[in-house]
Write a protein that binds this ligand. Structure first.
Ligand code: C2E
Ligand code: CA
Ligand code: CA
Length: 624
């Protein structure tokens, strides 16, 4: 090629200097000159292309190889030599199968000898990835782009473009790991490693679909730890976390293979049991789980224990929506909790209806509280020593538009669940203050008006303000207001000034009466009664009921009365239904009684008339 170029250049120079010329000669000479000029341009162009090809082949970062159809290397560029870590002469004339593969992947000499490329082989159609080895033993990923070329002579060649993609593969692998991790996190709970709600729903949906045609059904156990909050509050959050992990493994160990355990909330788990025959089978699994959960375990040298309530539900034939089944197990769980925890409750249609009715009630009650529609009754306290009424207790009622008067025991638990106990009690307190004011305005004698105070009332941000404002606005002396509390309220942490116990102490110190309600059935031993910030006790009706039948009960009540009197506490007996009880109590030293014998709880408007009838002291008559 170089030679040809030189020849043409020399030729063209020679033509330029030929003289003298005729016109004709001159014309043809010009045509020749143009021809030569064209030829020269073509040659220069070819030369340039050739140089470019070389430049590309020698400096390409990709390895380029030309092979015969038996894979013998005919030509390779420097990048390919670098890729293989071999000099060109160790490559030319050899089959890469001999030197490019790690020993464990290398075919036998016989197989290598028999190797032939097939033009229609799938590897010719797309990029191929090979695990290769350099001469120094380093493993790398070789991405090969293979193509074939047949020349006019009939000779056929394989052309390979090779690229080291090891780092891309590593990166891709890392990405894949991250993707897997993300997918795992999306379907699993990080603390316990259990499936999460999303994975549970997916599992139950497919279990329902699989069981759709057969007899087998899907069972769900909705597990909720009892008093988990106490563990968290007492031992700290890491104890709480360990408890959850412990329960997770207990549940996993306790279920059948093929069941799925998921964590669906703070201390809530769901066990999905596909292929379950009946509710009884499900109940046995649930009972075994409860028994396993209650076994105490050690955490940081401390022994921790928790209990669980379980709601169990089983799918109906044709059920497809996992949420329907979850709702059922949730209903049942609610029932288990209400029935006293640490037990299993099974879902049935009646449960569903009761729950719906209860929800409806809750909405109606919330409305009634909001609209200040709760009513109040006032039950008198009678002092047998003076024969006079000495006070009233305020008792709340809900006048339901269809069901009539509903007793507090039937709706206060709902109010508590709705978080509305504080509001209910504020209304009772207001009713007590109104009644106290009305009685003074009517010119009646001094009398104590009491109301029941739940811990929610004591913690209510408006409580103290409204109480103080209420008594001051109405000119009510503090000692004429009594706050009735349960022992559980008073036994809290008095050092914590935000506790109900501390609020009670402050009220006591401020001059209000504080009555320990339902006394004698709880834990407050007589021994530490003196330390409690109370002005009096109300002996529980269940004790009073027995004083005529049981001597021991009468003795207990007698002791309570004696001790409280010694301590200067006011003693009231409640649930006094007849004069016989009143006589006995009087004999035991208790003069203040409350109960149907004195009067049923009265509507506010009936109080003045009732009091007027009682204006004269009443004498005790044993046989009345
Ligand atoms: P409690 O404070 O022990 O109230 C006494 C309960 O005994 C009242 O029931 C009263 O009607 C009933 N009772 C009165 N005399 C007799 C009797 O001779 N025999 C019998 N068997 N029962 C009698 P009630 O009104 O149904 O209240 C039940 C409980 O509901 C109350 O028990 C109290 O713990 C709670 N409660 C009532 N009103 C309120 C309130 O406004 N706030 C709060 N936090 N609790 C309230
Ligand atoms: Ca009471
Ligand atoms: Ca009581």
């Amino acid at each position: 090629m170089l030679l040809e170029t030189i020849v043409i250049l020399v030729l063209s120079c020679v033509c330029l200097f030929v003289v003298p010329l005729s016109v004709r000669q001159a014309l043809s000479l010009r045509a020749e000159r143009q021809l030569v000029r064209g030829l020269r341009a073509d040659l220069i162009e070819q030369r340039r292309n050739h140089d470019f090809f070389r430049l590309a082949a020698e400096h390409s970062k990709d390895g380029l190889v030309i092979q015969a159809m038996d894979a013998t290397v005919l030509w390779a560029n420097p990048a390919y030599c670098r890729l293989m870590g071999l000099p060109l002469d160790a490559i030319i004339g050899r089959n890469p199968l001999e030197y490019a593969l790690p020993p464990e992947d290398r075919p036998s000499a016989d197989e290598i000898a028999r190797f032939r490329y097939r033009e229609d082989a799938p590897e010719a159609k797309e990029l191929q990835l090979f695990r290769n080895m350099r001469a120094n033993g380093e493993i790398f990923w070789n991405q090969i782009n293979l193509s074939f070329r047949k020349l006019a002579t009939g000779d056929e060649y394989a052309i390979l473009v090779c690229r080291d993609v090891t780092s891309q593969i590593a990166q891709e692998k890392r990405l894949e790991e991250v993707r897997e991790q993300l997918a795992h996190e999306a379907t699993h709970d990080t603390l316990t490693g259990l499936a999460n709600r999303m994975a549970l729903i997916r599992f139950v949906r497919s279990a329902l679909a699989q069981g759709a045609h057969g007899k087998s059904r899907v069972g769900l156990l909705h597990v909720d730890l009892d008093r988990f909050k106490e563990i968290n509050d007492t031992h700290g959050h890491s104890a709480g976390d360990s408890t959850l992990s412990h329960v997770a493994s207990v549940l996993k160990d306790g279920v059948r293979s093929g069941d799925l355990v998921a964590r669906v909330g703070g201390d809530e788990f769901v066990v999905a049991c596909p292929g379950i025959g009946s509710l009884d089978d499900l109940q046995s699994i649930a009972d075994a789980l409860i028994a396993a959960v209650v076994v105490p375990f050690t955490w940081n040298d401390r022994v921790l224990a928790c209990e669980a309530s379980i709601g169990a539900a089983i799918s109906d034939p044709g059920m497809t929506d996992p949420e329907d089944l979850l709702l059922r197990s949730d209903f049942a769980l609610y029932d288990a909790k209400r029935a006293g925890r640490n037990r299993t409750a099974l879902y049935d249609e009646g449960l569903h209806q009761r729950r719906i009715a209860r929800n409806r009630r809750a909405v109606e009650l919330a409305d009634a509280i909001d609209m200040e529609e709760l009513e109040h009754r006032f039950q008198p306290l009678f002092d047998m020593s003076t024969g006079k009424v000495c006070g009233f207790e305020t008792l709340v009622r809900w006048n339901h538009p269809e069901d009539g008067l509903v007793a507090p025991d039937d709706f206060l638990p709902i109010a508590a669940e709705l978080g509305l106990m504080g509001e209910v009690d504020l209304a009772s307190m207001a009713a007590a203050l109104r009644m106290r004011k009305a009685l003074s305005q009517a010119g009646g004698p001094p009398m104590t008006l009491s109301f029941n105070a739940s811990p929610s009332l004591l913690m209510h941000p408006q409580f103290i303000n409204r109480l103080i404002f209420g008594i001051e606005a109405a000119g009510i002396p503090r000692e004429q207001i009594a706050i009735e509390v349960l022992e559980t309220t008073i036994l809290g942490d008095i050092e914590d000034c935000r506790s109900p116990a501390a609020v009670i102490r402050d009220l006591h110190d401020a001059g209000f009466q504080v009555i320990l309600d339902d006394f004698g059935i709880g834990y407050a031993g007589l021994a530490h009664l003196a330390q409690l910030a109370v002005t009096g006790v109300k002996i529980d009706q269940s004790l009073i009921r027995d004083i005529l039948r049981r001597d021991t009960t009468a003795k207990i009540v007698g002791t309570i009365i004696e001790l409280c009197s010694d301590l200067g506490l006011r003693v009231v007996a409640e649930g006094v239904e007849s004069a016989a009880f009143a006589d006995r109590l009087s004999a035991l030293g208790c003069d203040i009684v409350q109960g149907y014998w004195v009067a049923q709880p009265l509507a506010a408007e009936d109080v003045p008339e009732w009091l007027a009838q009682r204006a004269a002291p009443v004498r005790l008559v044993s046989n009345s």
